[in-house]
Design a protein around this ligand. Structure first.
Ligand SMILES: Nc1ncnc2c1ncn2[C@@H]1O[C@H](COP(=O)(O)OP(=O)(O)OP(=O)(O)O)[C@@H](O)[C@H]1O
Ligand SMILES: [Mg+2]
Length: 578
């Protein structure tokens, strides 16, 4: 059992969660075992069940329920993860692959994946406890599974919309599913596309770049400092705040000025894959236009290394190429790592000596452990080479090894009002009848660019579909897009229990809640409460009054509260005299 599961056990009273459910089942398994003894029947199906469990756990899912011939698994629980749909599709593909590898012509698996709301809670049975998810979403995913063909993975529209780009889907004709009156849109999961999150986002179309002048100037100044020696800079912020957009805008400008760009990124699907990020770094550095001469002498320091003969083998092993050198196979893991570090350093050293280079390493919060060790060792290149190292990571995952390095940290907050307005104008146009709607979108998205884009896109698609009438009324038909739900939910889940409870309470009291009211309900001194809320980055002060700055947040929280809590909270507010 993973630590997160055991830690979460016992304290989950029942929580409404937006996550992805996977349901898998062996087709006609009863026919396979009906003639067998119970022991034989179990061992006949056990390899398939092991394959299913392994696939789920490798993609950070948890098995909620297991039958003799299939299982239900949850992704994004007990702790939220905004990648839950991608992880579930990855697990489904891996599950089908593993069953095929069993080479048993009678074993055919069908899989369904669906993202939706469930109420998740721990059920204590006589001999075990189960982390169970309930609600229509679970029924729907079972229907998807049961209508899939052998070896097929069927996904719902919500799952497809969350994972598309990173996962490739094929649209199928809508299906009539038992218990669901309307035709249900349906997609087949085909493969993992191999695109990074940023590439997936950018291929679906980017809005015009707005604001961020200060941050771009800071990066410009860092680039100007690159001469005989280099500089390390990092753009840090919460999910969807615009880290990738800022660094890519800046790096594209450097490219125009003949800078060389080497790039790689962490990937949530590859955190457990050794050297996954380093492989991408090497592929980028070794592209044909980059002038590496294979037998050219490296630095004196590098040539002094006794392991230099093993460098080609080291690079090939990271690149998943065949390694012929028998000495490589015999090397101890720790020595291998040291040789890999030397080999990569030496290779990079040669690539970057020709002209100013930016080494862009994105999403360090998803870097695999082995690459992290090498990347840490590579940072010293910036001290003596014309190299700008540009890093991004999400606020909550600062890499520890960066603490002792001289890094220019650029923190991204929400867009300023003028830029956020401009972004909305670009997305929705400037018709005056949209002004009130735009003001509401800005208030409710906390001026976070991803949230603005997603809400605006939802409005546009509903308008195209003729579902919204006048702009003012259309606000009521908008929901928090699933992408935004996922991001907020995972931020909340990482908070300490007390902070979560505080936010939940604030959400019930509404977006304009005053600290005095909260203080009265929580019995916490107002000053202490205010500083807690500031540190949670969810409160702002306007016109001398404090209120929640991102009202998507309370709505999400509200959705997460089990209904049983509402009455208790209301009673408390009443006793507090409000
Ligand atoms: N300044 C901006 N102008 C216009 N669009 C922006 C701006 N900043 C971000 N966006 C858009 O918002 C979306 C999210 O931005 P981005 O992918 O850069 O976020 P991120 O911080 O890298 O998120 P994650 O942590 O998930 O990688 C993208 O579609 C991006 O184009
Ligand atoms: Mg990004």
């Amino acid at each position: 059992m993973s630590p997160s599961v055991s830690e979460a056990r016992g304290r989950i009273a029942g929580e409404r969660k937006f996550l992805t459910v996977l349901c898998s089942d062996l087709q006609r398994s009863t026919d396979l075992i009906s003639e067998l003894d119970p022991e034989e029947a179990i061992s006949r199906l056990e390899p398939a069940l092991i394959a299913m469990r392994t696939a789920v756990r490798r993609s950070r899912g948890i098995v909620s329920k297991e039958g003799g011939d299939g299982l239900i698994a949850l992704f994004g629980a007990p702790h939220a993860d905004d990648n839950h749909a991608v992880l579930a599709c990855h697990a489904a593909l891996e599950l089908v692959r593993r069953i095929k590898l069993l080479n048993d012509p009678e074993l055919h698996v069908r899989v369904g994946v669906h993202s939706g709301y469930v109420v998740a809670h721990v059920i204590e049975a006589d001999f075990s406890s189960i982390y169970e998810a309930g609600g229509p979403a679970v029924h729907l995913v079972k229907r998807f599974e049961s209508t899939a063909n052998a070896g097929q993975i069927l996904a719902s529209e919500s799952c497809q919309s969350l994972a598309t780009g990173i996962v490739t889907f094929k649209a199928l004709p809508p299906k009539r599913l038992e218990g669901f009156p309307a035709l249900v849109p349906c997609y087949e999961v085909v493969e993992i596309s191999g695109l990074s999150r940023w590439r997936a986002r950018s291929t679906s179309g980017l809005s015009s770049f707005v604001g961020r002048n200060e941050q771009i100037s800071q990066l410009e100044r860092a680039a100007q400092l690159v001469g005989p020696s280099g500089k390390i800079a990092a753009v840090v912020g919460t999910a969807g705040i615009g880290k990738s957009r800022v660094v890519h805008e800046f790096v594209d400008a450097l490219r125009q000025r003949d800078w060389q760009v080497i790039e790689a990124e962490g990937n949530p699907l590859e955190q457990a894959v050794p050297y996954a990020l380093l492989k991408k770094l090497l592929q980028s550095a070794l592209q044909p236009e980059k002038p590496v001469v294979a037998d050219q002498a490296g630095s004196g320091e590098a040539l002094a290394s006794a392991d230099a003969e093993l460098w080609p083998a080291a690079l090939n092993s990271v690149l998943d190429q065949p390694v012929a050198d028998p000495r490589w196979r015999d090397l101890e893991p720790l020595l291998r790592r040291r040789v890999i570090i030397d080999a990569v350093r030496n290779m990079l050293d040669r690539v970057i000596s020709s002209r100013p280079t930016v080494l862009l390493l994105e999403d360090l919060h998803w870097i695999d452990g082995q690459s992290e060790t090498v990347v840490e060792a590579l940072m010293s290149l910036a001290a003596t080479r014309p190299l700008l190292v540009l890093l991004t990571w999400r606020t909550e995952h600062t890499p520890e090894w960066l603490e002792h390095l001289d890094v220019l940290r650029i923190w991204l907050r929400s867009l300023d009002a003028a830029s956020a307005n401009m972004l909305l104008d670009n997305l929705l146009g400037t018709a005056p009848d949209l002004d009130a709607l735009k003001a509401r979108i800005l208030r409710h998205t906390g001026q976070i660019p991803l949230f603005i884009e997603e809400v605006a896109r939802q409005f546009i698609s509903r308008r195209v579909a003729g579902e919204t009438g006048d702009a003012d009324a259309s606000w009521d038909t908008l929901e928090i897009p699933p992408t935004v739900q996922g991001v907020i939910a995972s931020r909340i889940d990482r908070l300490p229990k007390e902070d979560k409870a505080l936010l939940q309470l604030a959400s019930v009291l509404g977006p304009r809640v005053s600290p005095n009211l909260l203080a009265a309900v929580t019995d916490m001194p107002t000053a202490q409460l205010q500083s807690r809320l500031w540190s949670l980055e969810v409160f702002s002060r306007r016109c001398g009054r404090s209120h929640l700055s991102n009202t998507c947040l309370p709505t999400t929280l509200f959705a997460r509260l089990p209904t049983s809590l509402f009455s208790a909270r209301s009673a408390r507010c009443c006793t507090a005299g409000y």
